[in-house]
Design a protein around this ligand. Structure first.
Ligand SMILES: NC(=O)c1ccc[n+]([C@@H]2O[C@H](COP(=O)([O-])OP(=O)(O)OC[C@H]3O[C@@H](n4cnc5c(N)ncnc54)[C@H](O)[C@@H]3O)[C@@H](O)[C@H]2O)c1
Length: 353
């Protein structure tokens, strides 16, 4: 990315944030956010990544309150153990536990999936929630740019490794669900398939927005594959809004000041921020429905490019290579169960990822 594009990416991300904040302020003035009614989920099992803090913690608490067995997947043991204890005490649900999963390490993601499967329990809901935002230029254990590697690729691999358990656990009329937490910043995100590792002038804003855009493209392609296979699993994206959490450590100091002074009015609380994820995970209104982008518990349109099936498919194929898993798309295409790509390859060949 050139320095000019990096500056443009930062401006676009802050402008997008400002738009969402103003919409939230307006909503507060008009009566605020109303908690949706969620049906009880006794006997069902959820995995929530990043459930130790912020929106993930609130999501775990809400799911536990609905009677679910909740597994927190996280990379901070001390925080996780405290989170488990607090949720158990507050919800009186002792089926809350922690399993270590560092999404910045593909080996750790594989280890988590293995350990989870060793438990021989079903999996009805996977919430891909964990994330980092606008961190300085850093790499994951496997050498991927951190936003792309952790926010996107870690969840890509995790979902694919847990897909068989999700398929076994879902049934017609009661699908298992993959809920992937994206962000309004995806609307200003760009994805350069030739430069997924943000080489050149690094833009933390562009890298974050790009990872959130990749998660939407991933969700839509996953849903197409699942639907083509007649699978009892659905995949949707959830956008929490702008939420008062610790995610803002690396943003511009002015934004941190605004958050500190006016966060109570302008930002959603973590509980409010979790409602869209919980809604997407459990509402009967979404039974059997996937490939949707949910915001404030309502379906909305994502960025136009997210509906580009060629781009979805190309990103998926490259992600399979990067994480070392098999791409089943060509098999499903060959069986004629997935509409063929309408255009020739859009993107440069897979080099240097
Ligand atoms: N807060 C917002 O305004 C906002 C807006 C849009 C989208 N989101 C998205 O919501 C999700 C949750 O964010 P939050 O606001 O609760 O932030 P947060 O910083 O409070 O929580 C992030 C969670 O991710 C976990 N995490 C970070 N690195 C990890 C790793 N390597 N392995 C496993 N877990 C790791 C953290 O431990 C933490 O539990 C993120 O995906 C974020 O992009 C947040």
């Amino acid at each position: 990315m050139s320095p000019l594009s990096a500056a443009r990416a930062a401006l676009r991300v802050y402008a997008m944030g400002a738009v969402v904040i103003l919409a939230q302020l307006l909503r507060r003035c008009l009566g605020g956010f109303a908690e949706p009614a969620f049906p009880q989920q006794a006997g069902r099992v959820a995995v929530v990544t990043g459930g130790t803090e912020g929106i993930g913690y609130a999501t775990c608490k809400r799911l536990a309150r609905l009677g679910m067995h909740v597994v927190i997947a996280g990379n901070d043991r001390a925080k996780a153990e405290a989170a488990v204890r607090r949720i158990q005490e507050e919800t009186l649900n002792d089926k809350v536990e922690f399993l270590y999963c560092d999404l910045a390490s593909l080996e750790s993601v594989r280890g988590f999936a293995h350990e989870f499967k060793e438990k021989k329990i079903p999996l009805h809901v996977l919430v891909n929630n964990a994330g980092v935002m606008m961190v300085p230029q850093r790499k994951t254990v496997d050498g991927f740019e951190e936003h792309f590697g952790l926010n996107y690729l870690g969840h890509f691999l995790l979902t694919n490794l847990l897909l068989d358990t999700l398929q076994e656990s879902g049934c017609p009329g009661r699908s298992a669900r993959v809920v992937t937490v994206s962000s309004a910043t995806h609307y200003v995100g760009e994805l350069d398939l030739g430069n997924l590792q943000s080489r050149g002038c690094y833009s933390p804003h562009g890298a974050y927005a790009g990872s959130k855009l990749a998660l939407v493209l991933f969700t839509y392609h996953l849903q197409r594959l699942l639907a083509a296979q007649g699978s009892p699993v659905t995949a949707n994206a959830a956008d929490p809004g702008v939420v008062n959490t610790g995610l803002y450590k690396h943003v511009f100091w002015g934004t941190r000041l605004v958050k500190k002074l006016f966060g109570r009015w302008l930002f959603k609380t973590p509980d409010e921020g979790a409602w869209t994820s919980v809604y997407t995970a459990v509402t009967p209104e979404l039974e059997g429905l996937g490939g949707r982008y949910l915001y404030n518990e309502k379906e909305t349109t994502s960025l136009a490019v997210t509906y580009d099936r060629d781009l979805q498919q190309e990103l998926w194929a490259r992600s399979c290579v990067m994480t070392g898993i098999r791409d089943v798309t060509p098999d499903i295409l060959a069986e004629g169960r997935l509409p063929r790509r309408e255009t020739a390859a859009l993107s440069p060949p897979l080099t240097g990822v």
